[in-house]
Design a protein around this ligand. Structure first.
Ligand SMILES: *[C@@H]1O[C@H](CO)[C@@H](O)[C@H](O)[C@H]1NC(C)=O
Ligand SMILES: *[C@@H]1O[C@H](CO)[C@@H](O)[C@H](O)[C@H]1NC(C)=O
Ligand SMILES: *[C@@H]1O[C@H](CO)[C@@H](O)[C@H](O)[C@H]1NC(C)=O
Ligand SMILES: *[C@@H]1O[C@H](CO)[C@@H](O)[C@H](O)[C@H]1NC(C)=O
Ligand SMILES: *[C@@H]1O[C@H](CO)[C@@H](O)[C@H](O)[C@H]1NC(C)=O
Length: 521
């Protein structure tokens, strides 16, 4: 009996060695990749492996994993290559790392040889094709152990239209969705809020961003129709980037419901807008401030819009911004390339982190700079200045801001400095690339009352966020430098807001997020 078992064991060892040798020969001669029939099953299996290893990470119960791996094993047994993997998986039942390693190698191969599949439509939404990790994986991409998809573990999201209530507001989510679909790890979404009179910013923004935009439009009462017309004008009469990349959401207070709200399908099927009418925001009524919102003296619920746009973004990384702030071109690609290369120690630290973009203003006659080299020249010439220098410099001063302005542009996007929202920067309202894991915006605050980003800033501080300031990324406000203008109504609302924050909100925030030395609202 024992002798026979030994024999069987020896035989199986010999057989395994043969299998290994066979595979090595395959690898060398390159038939591995040419053998497309096997390849098909292979990549399919690798996808499953991917989910399997993700499950391991999520601490799913062992039973489930075993079941999955045995399914994969049986599928793989068709091919010799599969046999080796099968062994890896069954051996690795208690050691998930092995199957993760295996899947990493496969994933990489898949990326290099099947790039055309994912790259097909990529050219539409990636501007810097040469440096793009998707369209043409660079030499670095091939030798790097992980692809973006591996690093950014995220779930794809739907662009389906949906109606919901949110506090006092009705929300038409994904009312007019963008026409191309992007996977959650493939790009970065610019999320923002506006009413239709700000939509003249959309095209200049898209020209620079060239990636998804998720925008929530406040459209109460009769402003709704003008908002619809503005969307149609932009989609029919402007750049194709609008319909390719922009998802419009609409919201209004339940006390200010418009007369009629067509379904999302009906809106998409509307007759094209007659472009000779011009954009609705340039009409005389609008210029004379006869908007519904103004006639009814409604406050602008800025943070309801911010949160709607943020939550609806279909990518993992988002830039939650204000529509008048234009990023420097190429930022989404360069940002993802930085994440993939992991080129700074601060990127792999375990602290929660966001990626800050310094903000600047340029005078009315100047074009917003397209790269840091031009920006530095303009700062020296005085045609550009740090944002709100004249209004609220403590809100937007960044740590090491002066050094940032003196550091010349470098080829790669990377981390310039890691700051905290404490000390001189305790009231900082940074704008940053982050994810939907960051605390949301406080929906009881209005734009008119100001301090609308302060509660989020407090939460980020208490949660010990690192603020990674990007070296070659920045935002520029649409041309025209702002000066202080007296507005009694706004001053009254600001006082009210400050009292609300002090008496009601801060005690709440302390309960919800706790406290930390140096953190203030
Ligand atoms: C892939 O595997 C399935 C069994 O899971 C098999 O029926 C099919 O023929 C294989 N395809 C190729 C192209 O080898
Ligand atoms: C294992 O997978 C099979 C086939 O997919 C399924 O029918 C069965 O319920 C699974 N068992 C467990 C324990 O998950
Ligand atoms: C690629 O883009 C075209 C046109 O924008 C679209 O019709 C097609 O469905 C897209 N294909 C994929 C795979 O997304
Ligand atoms: C668009 O409007 C202009 C003038 O307002 C009119 O002359 C033209 O016929 C209209 N075009 C269409 C396609 O309706
Ligand atoms: C910045 O932009 C200017 C004008 O487009 C260009 O001449 C210059 O080469 C750019 N600098 C860098 C470092 O890309």
């Amino acid at each position: 009996m024992i002798v026979r078992r030994n024999w069987a064991l020896r035989l199986s060892v010999v057989f395994n060695i043969c299998v290994l040798l066979y595979i090595c020969v395959h690898f060398r001669s390159g038939t591995w990749i040419e053998d497309t029939s096997n390849w098909e099953n292979y990549s399919e299996a690798s996808n499953d492996l991917q989910t399997n290893s993700n499950n391991n990470n999520n601490n799913n119960n062992d039973n489930n994993n075993n079941n999955q791996s045995s399914q994969i094993t049986s599928r793989l047994l068709n091919s010799i290559e599969g046999r080796l993997l099968g062994k890896l998986i069954s051996k690795g039942k208690n050691k998930p790392t092995e199957s993760i390693e295996a899947s990493k190698t496969i994933e990489n191969k898949e990326q290099t040889s099947h790039k055309s599949e994912t790259g097909q439509n990529s050219s539409l939404f990636l501007s810097g094709q040469e440096s793009s990790p998707l369209v043409q994986p660079s030499a670095a991409a091939v030798s790097s152990p992980l692809s973006l998809k591996d690093i950014i573990k995220c779930n794809d999201k739907s662009l389906e239209a949906r109606i919901a209530q949110r506090g006092d507001y009705w929300v038409l989510y994904n009312y007019v969705p963008m026409s191309i679909y992007v996977k959650c790890w493939e790009s970065v979404t610019y999320t923002t809020h506006a009413d239709f009179t700000f939509l003249d910013n959309l095209e200049p923004l898209l020209q620079r961003w060239q990636a998804p935009v998720s925008i929530a439009l406040h459209a109460p009462g009769t402003d709704f129709q003008l908002t619809l017309d503005s969307i149609r004008y932009l989609r029919n009469c402007g750049s194709p980037l609008v319909s390719q990349f922009t998802t419009f959401h609409i919201y209004f207070n339940s006390k200010h419901v418009p007369k009629a709200v067509p379904t999302s399908e009906k809106v998409l099927a509307f007759e094209p807008y007659n472009c000779s009418f011009g954009p609705p925001w340039s009409h005389q009524n609008v210029i004379n401030n006869k908007m519904y919102k103004n006639e009814k003296k409604l406050l602008y619920p800025v943070n309801v819009g911010r949160n709607i746009a943020r939550e609806s973004a279909i990518t993992h990384y988002i830039l939650a911004s204000d529509i008048e702030l234009y990023p420097n071109p190429g930022l989404p690609d360069n940002f993802l390339e930085m994440i993939r290369k992991n080129n700074h120690p601060a990127l792999s630290k375990s602290n929660p982190k966001v990626f800050v973009l310094p903000i600047f203003e340029v005078d009315k006659k100047s074009l917003p700079p397209t790269n840091k080299t031009i920006l530095i020249k303009m700062l020296k010439a005085g045609t550009a200045i740090p944002f709100h220098k004249r209004l609220c410099s403590i809100c937007h001063n960044i740590p090491k801001g002066k050094e940032w302005q003196e550091a010349p542009e470098t080829p790669d996007l990377s981390v310039f400095h890691v700051g905290k929202r404490t000390g001189n920067f305790a009231h900082w309202e940074p704008i940053f690339i982050g994810t939907n894991n960051e605390p949301m915006y406080e929906e009881r605050l209005s734009w008119e009352g100001k301090s609308d980003k302060m509660p989020q800033g407090y939460a980020l501080c208490v949660l010990n966020y690192d603020f990674l300031i990007l070296n070659n990324g920045f935002l520029v406000h649409r041309p025209g430098i702002k000066f202080y203008k007296k507005d009694p109504r706004r001053d009254m609302l600001t006082d009210k807001t400050n009292t609300f924050i002090k008496k009601i909100l801060l005690p709440e925030l302390k309960v919800i997020y706790g406290t930390r030395k140096g953190c203030v609202v």
